[in-house]
Design a protein around this ligand. Sequence first.
Ligand code: ZN
Length: 301
Amino acid sequence: MPRQLGADVWLITGGFAPGRQPDGNSVVLEGPHGLIVVDTGRHAFHREKIEAFAEARGRPVAAIVNTHWHLDHVSGNPALKSKYPGARVYSTRAIEAAIPGFLRPSAEQGRQFLASGEAAPEMAEDVRGDIATIEAAERLLPDVPVERSNSRKLAGRRLDLRLARHAATAADLWLYDPKSRVLVAGDLVTLPIPFLDTACPEGWRSALREISSVDFRVLVPGHGSVMARPQFELYRTAFADFIDCAAGTADKRLCADRWVAAVSPLLGIGEAEKQRARSMAIYYVGDVLRANGGKSEHCDA
Ligand SMILES: [Zn+2]
């Protein structure tokens, strides 16, 4: 069941099951003219939770906001728009360059992975789903491109849309709802670890500083549990330390250990999530940041 976060705001939790690709968290806000859905997940089972909620509320989806173009946040757009033809997608235009620059090459890698026969059945299903999404990637483009930060009414509800350039992607959005004081951070705040695959760490750091200046009550990360300010500030400090560590000469395993130790109060109690965070951290330090001079190969800032 969606969890209510404030006045007419609900969270539909994403997931990151072992052996599968993740779904980002979705947030649904209700306005006078319908529902505003922030991020639509990757898997059909995630999107169906959004649809079930809309049906239960008896309201149409009037607007979709994508915090960024990663497939765990946008893949539900086409099906939701088919079901609710009035829904308009608000996002940055960063996806236009990402289609040829990142998504099509990753679909090709996916085809090779499937051809190798090495994919376990569930992962193969996710890879096939992503390939199908990318083959119709023009359906993910914004109806209303967001070119700058502003306050605007979506479905009749006033929201602050904030643009962060060169952060998790070339242009991310985050969103603040003054009525409920809920802030939706997208993948600028992500556990068990920031997904740095397309990141510019310095722009990301600035975006976290801007988020910190907002008087939010509840912050919804792109992945992981809802945070209050102390948790967010812990994350922000850990992020800065992790990027600094990656920029230095310390062993990448040490940077990973420090990350996991710093955010352990924010992680689940099981060892599995810590192990996954640690192995991803080692990969990001070595293969993504240090291999490309301190930023991902997709960062052109
Ligand atoms: Zn994500």
